[in-house]
Design a protein around this ligand. Structure first.
Ligand SMILES: [Fe+2]
Ligand SMILES: [Fe+2]
Length: 185
């Protein structure tokens, strides 16, 4: 008989301890919050038209992603990132700044962020143990939508943005740093 029946023990072949799962949920909730703020920043600047409609579509999906991770965070009693105020400000600033550079730069921002998130979600899903199948399905569903966002960005001329390589390189580096921080703080 187990002395602690309410506490799930690791099983052989189960590589992810509880803290690794908590980190994954923490960084994903932070990332989806950042995504929502990026699009809020862009929508504050963008004028009506096809590019804005695309951003509105993506923002609606990001809202669902965030709601899901907000729920998971509470259900699993995971501490949220302490850097919420930073994502709040930095996400919005990134969105507004890229949209001010133009619609194509706004789309380049999406392409850069989503490429990093695609890699991030793929790595996470692959590392999750069998016992986390529900979480894995959520991550894979969202990952597919993030890839759609990247494609939508490219379809709206992201690659024609001024200084595309420089812009996306900087945003990718920032996104990777944000992931690194949100996993830890
Ligand atoms: Fe998302
Ligand atoms: Fe997205």
């Amino acid at each position: 008989m187990s002395a602690a029946p309410t506490r799930r023990r690791s099983l052989p072949g189960d590589p992810a301890p509880a803290e690794a799962i908590a980190r994954a949920i923490r960084v994903d909730q932070a990332g989806e919050y950042g995504a929502r703020r990026i699009y809020e920043g862009q929508l504050a600047v963008m004028r009506p038209g096809p590019a804005r409609a695309a951003v509105e579509h993506m923002a609606a999906q990001e809202k669902k992603h965030l709601e899901a991770f907000d729920r998971i965070l509470v259900e699993r009693r995971v501490r949220p990132t302490a850097l919420g105020p930073l994502w709040h400000a930095a996400g919005y600033a990134l969105g507004a700044a890229t949209a001010l550079l133009g619609e194509k730069a706004a789309m380049a921002c999406t392409v850069a962020v989503e490429e990093v998130i695609d890699e991030h979600y793929a790595r996470q899903a692959a590392a999750l143990p069998k016992s986390e199948d529900a979480l894995k399905t959520t991550i894979e569903t969202f990952r597919a939508e993030e890839i759609d966002h990247r494609d939508l960005g490219l379809a709206h001329g992201a690659a024609e943005a001024p200084a595309y390589a420089l812009l996306t390189g900087a945003i990718k580096a920032g996104s990777r740093l944000a992931i690194w921080l949100a996993e830890r703080i």
